[in-house]
Structures are given as structure tokens and as C-alpha cells.
Design a binder for this molecule. Structure first.
Ligand code: HEM
Length: 148
């Protein structure tokens, strides 16, 4: 499964916590508008929860919780279980994860700008995203196998 993150990556991701707290919903809103250019992915989501802003808020909260707890991921246990459950309900598969990364990272840059979302910040987030994705993918694989 996942290797551990470097101390530098952890420090960079934690340092972006305040900017994400301020702009988290804007980032996830931009992320979804990019992600939903893929109709197959769009169809997986409850559009009512999108329009009410509820889903962008839930994802913003998850990303923020992740940034704040990246050095103590056991604090995220309950949140991870809920994500896994929703993902298995909606048929999320490993091949979907790169699509979310390709929507999220440019959204971080677009909202925070080049001065805050520097190349080093985006590289740290790419690494941290992959780390969480690997955890989710492994747990989802177990849940799919248990359900089969
Ligand atoms: C590291 C990456 C990801 C994180 C942090 C994440 C986080 C979340 C969270 C927090 C929820 C809400 C759970 C709840 O209802 O309490 C959720 C739901 C969901 N996620 Fe993810 N997710 C990730 C990747 C993905 C991917 C790759 C897909 C597939 C395209 C996906 C599709 C969904 C769907 C369809 C739902 C249910 C939304 C609805 O109710 O309309 N997620 N995710």
C-alpha cells in the first residue's frame, strides 16, 4: 500500500490549511465543474446535493480535515469509513481517482493563484492526494470483495 509521506510534503500540506479553510468551497466548486466535463463521472453524483452546495462543502471539509491531520491520519478514521461507504454505494473505482486529481490540482491553482499554489505546493498536494487515494482504494477494494 502507501509509503509514508516526506516531512517536507507534510509541512507544505499543513501550511496550506488556512488558505484551504478560507477558500475550500471555492476550490471544490471549481474542481467539480472541471470533473463534470466527464459525463460518466457526472452521472455518479447526486446533482441535487451539488446544486445545494452540500457536496462541495462535504468535500471541502474532507480536504481540510486531511490537511490538518496529515501527520496523524488515525484521527480521520471515521471520515474515511464514511467516504468508503459512499464510494462503494456509488461505484467509485481506482481508475476514477486520477480524474479527480486532474480536476482538483488545477482548481487549487486557479483559486489560490500562482503565488500561493506554487509548483512545490501543487507537487506536495499531488503526493498527499495520492497517499489518501491509495488508502481509500485499498479499503474500497476490501469492501467490494466483502460484498461480492
Ligand atoms: C482522495 C479522494 C477523494 C476524497 C477525499 C473524497 C471525499 C468524499 C467525501 C467526503 C464524500 C461525502 C461522504 C459523505 O456523504 O459523508 C464523498 C462522496 C462521494 N465521492 Fe468522493 N472522494 C474522493 C475521491 C472520489 C472519486 C475518485 C470519485 C469518483 C469520481 C468520487 C465520487 C464520489 C461520489 C459519487 C460520492 C457521493 C456523492 C453524492 O452523494 O452525490 N470520490 N467523497
Amino acid at each position: 500500500m502507501s509509503n509514508s509521506l516526506s516531512a517536507e510534503t507534510i509541512a507544505i500540506v499543513k501550511s496550506t490549511g488556512p488558505a484551504l479553510r478560507q477558500h475550500g468551497v471555492a476550490i471544490t466548486t471549481v474542481m467539480y465543474s472541471r470533473l463534470f466535463q466527464d459525463e460518466e463521472v457526472k452521472a455518479m453524483f447526486d446533482q441535487a446535493a451539488q446544486e445545494s452546495g452540500e457536496q462541495p462543502r462535504r468535500l471541502a471539509a474532507a480536504i481540510l480535515g486531511y490537511a490538518e491531520n496529515i501527520d496523524k491520519l488515525e484521527a480521520l478514521g471515521g471520515a474515511v469509513s464514511r467516504m468508503v461507504a459512499r464510494h462503494v454505494d456509488t461505484g467509485v473505482k481506482p481508475e476514477h481517482y486520477p480524474k479527480v486529481a486532474a480536476a482538483l490540482l488545477p482548481a487549487i491553482r486557479e483559486v489560490l493563484g500562482n503565488d500561493v499554489a506554487t509548483d512545490a505546493v501543487l507537487a506536495a498536494w499531488a503526493e498527499a492526494y495520492q497517499f489518501l487515494a491509495d488508502i481509500l482504494i485499498a479499503k474500497e477494494e476490501e469492501a467490494y470483495a466483502a460484498a461480492a
